[in-house]
Design a protein around this ligand. Structure first.
Ligand code: HEC
Ligand code: HEC
Ligand code: HEC
Ligand code: HEC
Length: 415
């Protein structure tokens, strides 16, 4: 709840003009969400949910912008479960939208695919903003009804910025930046390939050469795909307005918004207290404590498996806790579980303050809880070769930006 307050307050500070209350928001409970939205005046818009005791938010918001009228509607997913409310099929809401010069923006929490199917039946839609997807689209995708589909991925890693230049009386939109985006993709792949060629030349053994060759194949495929897309991008349609889409990673090169920064800093110091005294940020090979439940922590393994422990220390898994510490997120309940040992398994720690030596993605994250094995290794066996299904519990393609690639990733943890 404290985090929800923080997020609501930050949204209010941002000056946002329309937002969709989605399933995650409703998980606070309807009453709490309404109170929070009222307190921070969140400009919620929800168009297809009907309740016996009506929700306090409008079904559409209207603005005037640069000589155009803009309408924003919000579409909830059919599996939104709010007691006393039903989610109506969004088709009826969309069918009633004006198909004239008005710019229609739909904020959608529908699952991927359902949103496109709906838009195909609603030609009035200009921009469909997909919220319920982990993927981001560098160039907007054309919808069957003539509008564009926008997606900026999940968890605020990328900020989508769309610049729109309408043409009076024109229908449809074309993406002025599509060519540039594809050209950039080709250039990025070329840079990566040049880097890999250097690494291959410098490789001293057959195994590392093979590893680089596999990465080369991956980037070569990416490059060909971008080149093909570039070649097939269609000629601009004269009647259409144009858009330029940009997905900005919110990195350190973007200046902090001072008021929001102060808010977050205050929240962090209030919620970590003395426990956030900065632990070392280097790779942590030594931890204090004897684990939690059936998990004992790496220190109990290294004595008998020194070779594996030495290799492990060179992997990102040995820095996982330090990565959170560097961002002061180690006590954030949304973050710690994948960056420590055992928290994704039953019997493991459920609270970031009970780790006692389970910081980092240690041996038992992959091989299973080891307390029994430590005392009788010949009787209590662990998993010898952890399957990839174990990896993707954390490398879930959401939080890791879809970087996981079975062959190259497994090769890097082998010991
Ligand atoms: C408990 C969660 C968890 C499990 C299980 C897990 N990983 Fe990871 N992995 C992480 C985290 C978190 C990081 C990032 C660490 C950092 O840099 O902060 C990571 C990083 C990596 C990296 C380094 C990526 C880079 O470019 O630096 C590789 C390779 C990797 N994991 C492979 C695997 C493989 C293969 C498996 C399964 C056999 C696996 N992981 C299982 C959480 C996990
Ligand atoms: C579902 C599991 C999961 C959760 C939850 C998670 N992470 Fe991670 N995190 C990963 C994995 C897996 C990687 C490694 C990605 C790679 O390199 O392929 C990673 C990498 C990182 C890195 C290394 C740099 C980078 O971006 O690659 C940082 C920093 C990080 N996570 C911070 C966070 C923060 C902050 C949170 C909470 C908002 C969080 N993580 C929640 C799995 C998770
Ligand atoms: C990211 C997942 C991961 C982590 C973390 C991990 N391992 Fe492994 N481990 C593996 C995989 C995968 C294999 C199987 C490698 C293969 O197939 O050759 C393996 C194999 C082993 C084996 C069997 C070796 C053999 O010869 O059969 C031992 C012992 C072992 N690991 C110990 C450890 C210890 C000790 C740690 C912690 C210091 C650790 N592992 C951390 C993934 C992991
Ligand atoms: C007292 C020494 C000792 C300690 C401590 C120890 N191991 Fe082992 N480990 C062994 C021996 C011996 C084997 C071979 C067992 C066999 O083949 O019967 C083994 C085998 C393994 C294997 C292969 C699968 C299996 O169970 O046969 C893995 C994986 C493994 N250990 C991981 C770990 C991890 C993780 C830890 C820490 C939680 C750990 N070991 C702690 C001695 C130890």
């Amino acid at each position: 709840m404290a985090k929800a307050e923080l997020i609501a307050e930050a949204y209010a500070l941002s000056g946002v003009e329309a937002m969709l209350p989605a399933r995650g928001d409703f998980s606070l409970g309807r009453d709490a969400l309404q109170a929070l939205a009222a307190k921070h005046r969140l400009p919620y818009v929800l168009s297809n949910v009907v309740c016996a005791d009506p929700l306090p938010w409008p079904t559409a918001l209207r603005f005037a912008r640069g000589g155009s009228e803009v309408i924003v509607v919000g579409i909830a997913s059919p599996d939104l479960a709010v007691p006393g409310c039903t989610v109506r099929d969004a088709g009826a809401v969309l069918a009633s939208l004006p198909a004239d010069d008005t710019v229609v923006i739909v904020l959608s929490d529908l699952p991927k695919g359902q949103d496109e199917a709906l838009a195909a039946k609603a030609p009035a839609i200009d921009f469909l903003v997909r919220g319920n997807s982990m993927e981001s689209l560098a160039s907007p995708e054309a919808l069957e009804g003539g509008g564009l589909l926008l997606a900026s991925g999940s968890r605020g890693k990328l900020l989508g910025l769309l610049r729109v230049s309408p043409t009076a009386g024109g229908r449809g939109w074309r993406d002025a930046g599509a060519g540039a985006a594809r050209t950039q993709e080709v250039a990025d792949a070329q840079t990566k390939l040049a880097e890999l060629a250097e690494r291959k030349a410098a490789a001293t053994d057959e195994r590392s050469r093979e590893r680089v060759a596999r990465q080369e194949a991956f980037w070569e495929k990416k490059k060909l795909k971008a080149e093909a897309a570039l070649a097939s991008s269609t000629a601009p349609d004269a009647g259409a307005g144009s858009v330029e889409n940009e997905l900005r990673p919110l990195g350190t090169d973007i200046a902090e918004h001072p008021a929001t920064f102060a808010l977050v800093a205050a929240f962090k110091s209030q919620h970590s207290g003395t426990k956030s005294a900065p632990p070392s940020t280097g790779p942590s090979t030594q931890h204090e404590g004897t684990g939690f439940g059936t998990f004992v922590g790496n220190n109990a393994c290294t004595g008998c498996h020194a070779k594996q422990a030495a290799q492990w220390a060179t992997t990102g898994h040995a820095r996982a806790w330090a990565s959170l510490v560097a961002q002061e997120r180690q006590y954030d309940p949304d973050c710690f579980a994948c960056h420590v040992t055992g928290a994704k398994s039953s019997g493991g720690p459920t609270d970031p303050h009970q780790l006692g030596g389970l910081e980092d993605v240690g041996c038992e994250s992959c091989h299973g809880a080891g307390r029994a094995h430590v005392t009788s290794p010949a009787e209590a066996h662990l998993v010898r070769s952890p399957p990839t299904s174990q990896c993707v519990g954390c490398h879930d393609s959401r939080q890791d930006g879809g970087r996981f690639e079975e062959v190259t990733y497994r090769a890097r943890v082998k010991h």
